[in-house]
Design a protein around this ligand. Sequence first.
Ligand code: 13P
Length: 250
Amino acid sequence: MRTKIVAGNWKMHKNAEETEDLLNELIDKLPSDKEVRIIVAPTFVNLASAVDHLEFTNIGVAAQNMHQAESGAFTGEISADMLKSIGVDTVILGHSERRAYFHESDALLASKVDTALKHDMTVIFCFGEELKDRQSGNHFNIVENQLNDGIFHVEEKSWENIILAYEPVWAIGTGETASSEQAQEMHEFIRETIRRKFGSNVAEDVSILYGGSVKPDNAKEIFGKPDVDGGLIGGAALKATDFAAIVDGI
Ligand code: 13P
């Protein structure tokens, strides 16, 4: 059985004190009776304190990005070893904001994926089409290409450490969400694409999250679809009551 997962991507929000406050609230409010893996991804500077804070809880910590090189003259960047050394073993790669604003290509992401896997990290690999792709009916092609070029080069055994997150760009931070039918249709396509390349075991075991304006009032319906294994949450992850309600919908 594949794992249900709800992850919160905090993006560039919350300073040190606010991070601590939100973590305390989450510890208080998150349901403890659910079979679900919960992950939060604060900013780099607050990762170490988040790891400390969450040590005796069931909430995991992920980074929002990582550099592909082991070390070197890359001012402002963070390596896999640095993350591991503070107890962070999960990283979000390929978020559409990294692709759009920081020009991260599929080839670059493929090399980040390799570095993360080499360090035994879990990768939350994000991908998804833009509005123009969906309007032109090209969304399946775009998604298949992102998978082919960004992550399908890995060995079969690496899939134990990979979580996929389908995030249609047009639904991110817009309040516009894919309908549960649209999410299911794409997730089924993604799983089938994986099945063709890596076989049924990998396809059935990989968790595929949906991201894009998931809120307490739509989470349950989206998570109820057979190929949706949870969510990657942006805005609603910044309010403990909303995030807890979303986790409750799993
Ligand atoms: P929103 O939930 O704010 O639409 O963001 C989704 C997202 O980008 C998660 O990575």
